[in-house]
Ligand binder design. Sequence first.
Ligand SMILES: *Cc1c(COP(=O)(O)O)cnc(C)c1O
Length: 393
Amino acid sequence: MKRFDVDENGFYGRFGGAYVPDKLRPCIEELQTAYLKIMETDGFRKDYDRLLRHYVGRPSPLYLAERLSDKYGCRIYLKRKDLNHTGAHKINNAIGQALIAQSMGKRRIIAETGAGQHGVATATVCALMGMECVVYMGRVDVERQYANVKKMEMLGAEVVAVESGGATLKDAVDAAVGAWCSDPSESYYLLGSAVGPHPYPDMVARLQSVISEEIEKQLQELEGRDYPDYLIACIGGGSNASGTVYHYLDRKETSIVLAEAGGMGLESGRSAATITLGSEGVLHGSRTLVMQDDKGVAIEPYSISAGLDYPGVGPLFAHMAEQCRSVTYPVTDDEALRAAIELTRLEGIVPALESSHALAVLGRLPFEKDDVAVLTLSGRGDKDMDTYIRYQG
Ligand SMILES: *Cc1c(COP(=O)(O)O)cnc(C)c1O
């Protein structure tokens, strides 16, 4: 087994696993048994490839950003996931898991969402496949993200406002898991990132691994070699990052650079810099790095970008950090905003705030002239226009 493969119990080194309450165990075990078998069938592969190509718009371009490259003194390619249908990489995962759910004979999709991006991707795929969709969302988030709620409803999903606890993402996860447990034979829980109990982190990484597969092919064509010197990605839970690095994990020619949310600064107490500040713990069914207090209670994370605002990280990334396979930079809100404006002015591309965290790292890397760097632009900035407008004054 390779150093970064998951073992049969769902562990990457000592991180991962499936720490779930007894009543959830049968649902998780059913999925553990089913997911690889389904993903290896010809039927699944054919449907997944067809939808990625003709519905999502893959392969996404690998674009040599010349003006950005000039500025940083190496060759920088942008992997353009911002051009995917629905504007980010989340749709890859939603389509894959919905196909798996169908193969398992489930007709009802349950999902949680914070800001609404995963909820919209899930509702989109359920509309496409004619499946019932229920999205759990904290009441506070429902109020903050009204347009996304209306969009999910337009797509035919039912949005349930969760009143318990702080009425945000964590409470939405609890409610969604509860709904899954009470109807396990008909329902499938579609998780939005490379987090949670086994098999979710591995399943999500495999579904997103089309990204690194495409990078290998495209680089071979453009550069005459299939690997970059640097791979740069932003990380919240790690679905974008796991897809970006998947085929390069065991290739030491390639340095892996991750950008996480430094929020208002590491010392401010207002960040989501989990890899830098977190300690070992169990969060949402998985042993990983968690931002937690002395009693082991996860603390309320903060980031200007909703997608990075999570107090944990996928177990693969806890393992990679421990093995020194990746270098992680916390990026503050202000640095991300400046990087967003810079890309917009240099290349005419308005990036998502999440992706801007990755862009902000470019100035910190010791590039040489012939280096090739691939940065995954995880999404487009339309959803962040209000923030950008406020920032520009
Ligand atoms: C959700 C999101 C992220 C962060 O989530 P990961 O699971 O870490 O990928 C990053 N970028 C965009 C555009 C997103 O929508």
